[in-house]
Design a protein around this ligand. Structure first.
Ligand code: 4AD
Ligand code: MG
Length: 463
């Protein structure tokens, strides 16, 4: 007989039907009346299936009584209405077989609450907990929603390279890719001779697929990327990873206004999608992690976002009756404490902030007429701060060349990017959404290390 996933068994509620399920025992209780109650989970949903094992089963004494948390089993049985509290249906076992045992003296996931710090040290077992199972299902559902959103709007999914020779953000926070023998690096004039390296020039892991996405946007219209990106910034915060997933749409014939509209529509779509399709998991987060997540998402869907210029934001912050760790004046990079203050205390809404000083933004953003600010757009949300960073792109050849030089970058490295402004240049815009920050926002999980299966952070590459 074929296995049925527990989510299907529970939603079918087909009382009287025989099912075969396979999963891991979460808990077991033995009654004096010769019955055992097994709570079994197979990861397909948050809920466990209750299985009733009767002492008449041939292996009752030899195996079932010895089952413990973490053991894997298969069970064949008939679904029946459950007289007990907490579940509508249960499986009356006709046969139970054990796949693998889990010695309770050493199996770390016993039935009690474990700290997230501890669970990070057992990332090979943490997906078997309620929280990490729910995060995994949510990541999956949200990935699906992201593709559906863009596909429904005619965007083409573009695969951009993971290894590149350019630095999109111009910030130099990159992991180098090399096949050099570290003990014998070929040198020229005292420096590594990259002509001898695999690619014949320095190479690194990409920080963003944007520059390549622009190439395709300027040929086939609207595109999006969704893939891993890498930043070697040494930020040991609850919002930074060295490897994270980014969604980057890029639209031709589009200005900053169209970019902002897309970002807002996109976020609202994702929030509606999870509220509708991930009910059980979202309710779990709302109950056990952060009791405001559902209300917050509903509020954003109905009330939307506030738009604010950087200059307006700075004025509010300067007047604020609040001690910030980082002082504020026009021209500074906003810190998460500033972004959160504006969202949480002042506007009580997520913010789309526009028109940042050009000095604190990358070279590719379109310069405004004031020549001081650029057409940048960041989406800031309560509790996290920035989840989206985007802009209209500089489409004028001379201005772009000047900006590249101003930022002390080498124009030769960007020759193809500059050429796009020489041949049939058009206004275009896009943004990057940090997928993990979005999941943090939706789940209320405070540490970014808990929303990605295997976090990469400074000093941590286990699993
Ligand atoms: O603002 P960023 O650096 O923008 C770009 O990379 C642009 N090239 C995007 C574009 O216009 N196509 O990064 C975009 C988003 C941030 O808003 C943040 O959510 C996330 O990526 N992000 C990180 N997430 C986790 N860990 C990190 N170290 C992150 N750095 C940025
Ligand atoms: Mg940014």
């Amino acid at each position: 007989m074929k296995r049925t996933r527990i989510v299907e068994v529970l939603t079918s509620e087909k009382v009287g039907t025989q099912f075969m399920i396979m999963g891991w025992v979460r808990t077991k209780r033995d009654s004096k009346a010769g019955l055992s109650f097994l709570e079994v989970n197979d990861g397909s949903c948050l809920s466990n299936l209750q299985i009733i094992a009767d002492e008449k089963l041939s292996n009752y004494k030899s195996e079932i009584l010895k089952l413990q948390t973490g053991c894997s089993i298969k069970a064949l049985g008939v679904l029946s209405a459950s007289p007990g509290k907490g579940q509508k249906v249960e499986l009356q076992a006709e046969e139970i077989a054990v796949f693998g045992w889990a010695d309770p003296t050493v199996y770390p996931l016993q039935k009690k609450r474990h700290s997230f710090e501890f669970l990070r040290t057992i990332a090979h077992l943490r997906p078997r907990t309620n929280t990490f199972g729910a995060v995994a299902r949510l990541r999956n559902a949200m990935s699906n929603a992201i593709h559906t959103f863009f596909q429904d709007r005619g965007f083409i999914y573009l695969h951009t390279p993971i290894i590149t020779g350019s630095d999109c953000e111009g910030a130099g926070e990159m992991f180098k890719v090399t096949t050099f023998d570290m003990d014998q690096i070929p040198k020229k004039d005292g420096h590594p001779d990259f002509a001898m390296d695999f690619f014949g020039q320095p190479a690194n892991l990409t920080v963003s697929g944007q520059l390549e996405a622009e190439i395709y946007a300027l040929a086939i219209g609207d595109v999006y990327t969704f893939g891993p990106t890498f930043r070697a910034e040494n930020s040991n915060t609850s919002r930074h990873l060295a490897e994270f997933w980014m969604v980057e749409p890029e639209m031709a014939f589009c200005d900053i206004k169209g970019d902002m509209e897309l970002a807002v529509d996109f976020l609202k779509y994702i929030f509606s999608f999870v509220l509708k399709n991930c009910k059980e998991d979202i309710e779990f987060f709302n109950r056990f992690i952060d009791s405001s997540v559902i209300e917050t998402l509903e509020c954003i869907i109905s009330q939307g976002f506030e738009t604010l210029t950087y200059t307006e934001g700075i004025e509010i912050l300067i007047k604020a009756d609040e001690k910030f760790e980082f002082p504020v004046n026009w021209g500074v990079n906003l810190q998460s404490e500033h972004e959160r203050y504006l969202c949480e205390k002042v506007l009580k809404k997520p913010i789309v902030m526009v028109d940042y000083p050009k000095e604190i933004k990358p070279f590719y953003m379109k310069v405004n007429k004031d020549e001081k600010t650029v057409r940048a757009m960041d989406v800031l949300v309560p509790k996290i701060g920035e989840i989206i960073g985007g802009s209209q792109r500089e489409d004028d050849y001379d201005t772009l060349l000047e900006r590249i030089k101003e930022m002390n970058l080498n124009p030769d490295d960007y020759w193809w990017y500059l050429e796009l402004r020489k041949f049939g240049s058009v206004p275009h815009a896009g943004f990057g959404l940090g997928f993990e920050r979005l999941i943090q926002f939706v789940t209320g999980l405070s540490n970014i290390r808990d929303v990605i299966p295997f976090p990469r952070t400074p000093g941590n590459i286990s699993f």
